[in-house]
Ligand binder design. Sequence first.
Ligand SMILES: NC(=O)c1ccc[n+]([C@@H]2O[C@H](COP(=O)([O-])OP(=O)(O)OC[C@H]3O[C@@H](n4cnc5c(N)ncnc54)[C@H](O)[C@@H]3O)[C@@H](O)[C@H]2O)c1
Length: 361
Amino acid sequence: MTEKPASHQQQPITALIMGANGFIGHRLIEHLLRHDDTQVIAIDLFDDRLTSFMNHPRFDFHRLDIAENFARLSKIAATVDVLLPLAAIACPSQYVADPLKVFELNFEQNLAYIRLCANTGTRLIFPSTSEVYGMSTTVPLDPDTTPLTMGPTHKSRWIYATSKALLERVIFGYGEKDKLDFTIFRPFNFIGGGQDQLQPGSKPRVVPQFLLNLALNQPLRLVNGGAQKRCLTAIEDGVEAIAAIIMDRTGRSRGLVLNIGNPANECSIRELAERLLARAAQHPVYQEAALAAHIVETDGATHFGTGYQDVERRVPDISHIRKALGWQPQQNIDQLLDAALEGYTDEFLALRNQATHQRDA
Ligand SMILES: NC(=O)c1ccc[n+]([C@@H]2O[C@H](COP(=O)([O-])OP(=O)(O)OC[C@H]3O[C@@H](n4cnc5c(N)ncnc54)[C@H](O)[C@@H]3O)[C@@H](O)[C@H]2O)c1
């Protein structure tokens, strides 16, 4: 490991964020530029959600593929305080549709940047996932004690979780061998504006999926009846937690695995669909579509493919991040659904208008 000068307490923290145009990336950058003393270097293949930051004096964007620009990104990484490798495939429909792509990007490409941090001494803040708990029935899920229970290898859904889980173990290995300074965080179902785009024919994550169905006058489809429960976490709460990890100059989060989720917001996917429709029915942009909408049931194999397998329940133990950084989620389910609806109004209207024109043509 090469020696780096210790960063001065008063200096802004320089963060290299890969996958910056993604859901967490662009919402995190919005938060950092507004609230924190940071300099952000952002990397992505796309920049459509970053345009409002382009002239910000503390923001610097490079359109680069992390798979093809390792040498160039290594030079940048060696100059920053913190690396957040957020570039990944993070949508369950794609774990089943293209498991090898998940392995190549989420595992192989990210491994290269983990090794880089071990070599340069750059602090690593690594996005793992609540999926690593797999089908564990422990309530709540504790990163220190809960066993990780993955499904069978022919169920390709688990390639995402096993890739992340193995990378966590590699990070711990470099922590011991090379004194890698790291924090791992596991997000639990972040929800909000700026998640996946509403593209006809795509299979985005659950809230944008329901909004896509609404925009196109399609039924909301509950996979396996929607009985599976999740703890919904407002993206605003989620990025505040990640920002607190970035800004942690005390080392209190060093070497920890931190769940980021809202245990008070547990609800079934059926309840999520019903509450989303109820909130949408009170919003002028969504009202007409929501009042006409209906809910149907489907099975996982039909919706995602045979490589899919479901997780019944997933409640985070958040005592570790509360103790280390004092973070506590704030938004309840209705608040986060209202914020998500607000965040999607422009896209929803554009898609609905487009669908209406096509019907009328
Ligand atoms: N959103 C959640 O609730 C959640 C939950 C658990 C874990 N995570 C993890 O957090 C991280 C970020 O998730 P997200 O929801 O923002 O994902 P996302 O899919 O919204 O964003 C990923 C970004 O990476 C970019 N990217 C992909 N390949 C790239 C490449 N080769 N070079 C450069 N950029 C590339 C994409 O363009 C995209 O902007 C991921 O590691 C994901 O596994 C997210």
